[in-house]
Each structure stands twice: as structure tokens, then as C-alpha cells.
Design a binder for this molecule. Structure first.
Ligand code: SAH
Length: 200
């Protein structure tokens, strides 16, 4: 296939398809089951950041299917690209598991909806933001798979502000809604990286 510079762009595109498949069921359910929002922390900046998040994967698509970004290409040693594949696979696995565990509690926004429970099982038993962590892993893997300063780093550039802006507000909201249950949960887990010491 002449439009692909190499195998790693094909693998990246395969991951994008998997990522969309994992997300799409939850998007459809979210729209199908309108439940009243008990708390909503959605701000205009949230909307701007979420919409601009699409550039994280749109710019790689531009790079794969057009010559427009080739001026910003670089070289990646094959061993580094394979490390990228491993990070990408770990990110996709985490994305899948976190969607399975969060289930109907998933929302594209920072909000508490009717009949929402506090999920503390599975990957949520180790870190409190596995879905955001999955996006960070994707962002770290992408520059190792897409050898381009713009397309490669696009995901990391859009994901880091979203995570930095959302995590503290989401945690305050969950704490105010779930109270002691969330306090106990937060004690035994890390935000994006598992705690090294065991639960006390
Ligand atoms: N930050 C989480 C969830 C992202 S989806 C992650 O990275 O995995 C965003 C929605 O998830 C928010 O509306 C929030 O209310 C909900 N949420 C976050 N953590 C939760 C938990 N432990 N249990 C239930 N809902 C949660």
C-alpha cells in the first residue's frame, strides 16, 4: 500500500479502529439513555478541549493519507517503534478494560448522573483514572509509531491539557457526591499511576 510509509502506521490505524469500537457502544448508550444530571461540572473550556481532542487522531490521518505534513517527518529506529507498539497495546487494553468496568457510569463529560455508582473494581481498583491514563499511553506511543513532529505528538498535546484540567475537578465532584466511600477508595489508589505501597 503506497500511502503507508511503514507497518507502524498500519498498526496505528488498526488501533484507531479498535479504540473507536470500544468507545462507540458507550457513546450510543449515553445518547439512548438520557438520565438526569445530578451534578454537572461541564464548562465551555471542557467543550473546546474535547472537540480539539479530535486533532489527536485527525492529524495522523492527514499524514497517512496526504503529503501535506511530510516537511515535519523524522526517523524512528525500528526498536523504538516496537516499544511504541507495546505502549499502544497497553493503552488500548486499558481503554477497553476501563470502558467495561465503568459501564453505564461512563460519560463524555464531568458529571454525576442519576443511579450512578462508584466503580472501584478491576482497573479502577488500581488507578482512579484508567481511561485518561489510557489516552496518555496512546499519546506517548503515537510519536513512536508516526514519524512526524506534528502528527506524532498531536495526541499527547491535546490529551495532557484535558487530563490536567479534568482530574482535579472530577475528583472534587466524586468526593462531594460519594463522600466517605470515595475518600476510602482514593486512599488505596493512585490517580494515573498505581500506588507502590499496598493498601493499608
Ligand atoms: N476519569 C475516569 C472516568 C472518565 S469518564 C477515568 O479516567 O477512567 C468521565 C465520567 O466518569 C465522569 O462523568 C465521572 O462522573 C465518571 N467517573 C469517574 N470515576 C468514576 C468512578 N470511580 N465510578 C463511577 N463513575 C466515575
Amino acid at each position: 500500500l503506497p500511502m503507508f510509509d511503514n507497518l507502524f502506521e498500519v498498526l496505528w490505524l488498526g488501533g484507531l479502529v479498535v479504540g473507536f469500537a470500544v468507545r462507540s457502544r458507550h457513546g450510543r448508550r449515553y445518547r439512548r439513555e438520557p438520565r438526569a444530571a445530578l451534578q454537572s461540572k461541564e464548562t465551555p473550556l471542557d467543550r473546546i478541549l474535547t472537540v480539539s481532542g479530535s486533532f489527536g487522531f485527525l492529524l495522523p490521518l492527514v499524514h497517512i493519507f496526504s503529503p501535506w505534513l511530510v516537511f515535519a517527518d523524522y526517523q524512528i529506529p525500528v526498536w523504538a517503534a516496537w516499544i511504541g507498539v507495546a505502549i499502544y497495546a497497553a493503552g488500548l487494553w486499558l481503554l477497553w478494560r476501563s470502558h467495561v468496568e465503568l459501564g453505564a457510569n461512563w460519560s463524555p463529560w464531568v458529571e454525576i448522573r442519576e443511579s450512578q455508582g462508584l466503580v472501584t473494581r478491576g482497573v479502577y481498583g488500581h488507578i482512579r483514572h484508567p481511561m485518561y491514563a489510557a489516552h496518555v499511553l496512546w499519546g506517548l506511543a503515537q510519536p513512536l509509531l508516526i514519524a512526524n513532529w506534528i502528527a506524532g505528538f498531536a495526541m499527547l498535546a491535546v490529551v495532557l491539557p484535558v487530563v490536567a484540567y479534568r482530574v482535579p475537578r472530577e475528583e472534587r465532584m466524586l468526593l462531594s457526591h460519594f463522600g466517605d466511600a470515595h475518600r476510602a477508595y482514593a486512599e488505596g489508589t493512585g490517580r494515573l499511576i498505581p500506588r507502590l505501597r499496598g493498601r493499608s
